[in-house]
Design a protein around this ligand. Structure first.
Ligand SMILES: NC(=O)c1ccc[n+]([C@@H]2O[C@H](COP(=O)([O-])OP(=O)(O)OC[C@H]3O[C@@H](n4cnc5c(N)ncnc54)[C@H](O)[C@@H]3O)[C@@H](O)[C@H]2O)c1
Length: 267
């Protein structure tokens, strides 16, 4: 898919990876971009900074983990602006926890990392099918293919990849294209705030390899969408790591446990 002339929605579009996507979509000549974020002030600031003659920008306050908010985002955008060509379910969250994660932590990760993708698909896919096609970009994570020290994050990101796979398989014959964006570490407030708080899960992300700038992720997204690839891997070595995990699961688990510094319990 070429970005030029397309109408695009990005959830969590005011900062981090979402902001980088919005900036890159403007550079590529999208016709309209809707920045849908919990933080309306940040979305408005980005809209005011980036608007061009070629691209109309819109900012709106949306909690991507709430079904009525996603339904309203899709219905209002299509009623007021026109059909959405590309819907980016990008907003996500982590907990930084393991067995100490509460039910509330699990529910928050489930709502934002998985249900937000399901809500978007529930309301946009039937509309896209009726008009002959459309594109969904779901921000998942390398943690959804490999591992992460944060249990709710790793589990829900695996579910997000599985849902994207299911969508792609189920609707490909009806013109629906799906890409799952799976970066490892990216220098955004999600990671830097967790590092500043001393999170072991965030330190493990650093140990896992190169941390990219958000614009590098946006570059990979534009290339991946142009090629209409399902998996978009801004860190190319994730592809080899998936093969290692698939072919030697026990050895892979031992390596990851050492990398994450999960030491044996003391007697
Ligand atoms: N940063 C990383 O290392 C990394 C790696 C892999 C995947 N990801 C994924 O990328 C996505 C974006 O993460 P980021 O690092 O850019 O985060 P970020 O914290 O830098 O930015 C997230 C943006 O989403 C908004 N947001 C938060 N909750 C929201 C909600 N409920 N509804 C709507 N907007 C909301 C925030 O206001 C912010 O503007 C997430 O799905 C995350 O899991 C991040």
């Amino acid at each position: 898919m070429e970005i030029k002339g397309k109408r695009i929605v990005v959830t969590g579009g005011a900062r981090g990876i979402g902001e980088a996507l919005v900036r890159r979509f403007v550079e590529e000549g999208a016709s309209e971009v809707v920045i849908a974020d919990l933080d309306l002030d940040a979305a408005n600031a980005l809209r005011a900074e980036l608007g061009t003659a070629q691209t109309r920008l819109h900012a709106c306050s949306v909690d991507a983990g709430a079904e009525p908010a996603i339904q309203q985002l899709i219905e209002c955008t299509e009623a007021e602006l026109g059909p959405i060509d590309l819907f980016c379910s990008n907003a996500g969250t982590g907990s930084g926890k393991g067995l100490d994660a509460s039910d509330r932590d699990w529910e928050r990760n489930w709502a934002l990392n998985v249900m937000s993708h399901i809500y978007a698909a529930r309301f946009i896919v039937p509309r896209m099918v009726a008009r002959g096609g459309g594109y969904l970009l779901n921000t998942c994570s390398g943690a959804g293919l490999l591992a992460n020290a944060d249990a709710p994050y790793m589990v829900t990101k695996h579910a997000a990849v599985a849902f994207a796979d299911w969508l792609s398989i189920r609707y490909r014959a009806q013109g629906i294209k799906v890409s799952a964006l799976c970066p490892r570490g990216v220098k955004t407030t999600m990671l830097t705030n967790a590092l500043a708080a001393g999170s072991p899960a965030a330190k493990a992300v650093l140990a896992g390899g190169e941390v990219l700038e958000p614009y590098q992720v946006a570059d990979a997204v534009v290339a991946g969408l142009a090629a209409e690839q399902f998996l978009i891997l801004p860190h190319p070595d994730v592809a080899q790591a998936i093969q290692r995990k698939a072919s030697e699961r026990d050895a892979w688990q031992a390596e990851i446990a050492a990398l994450f510094n999960f030491a044996p319990a003391r007697p």
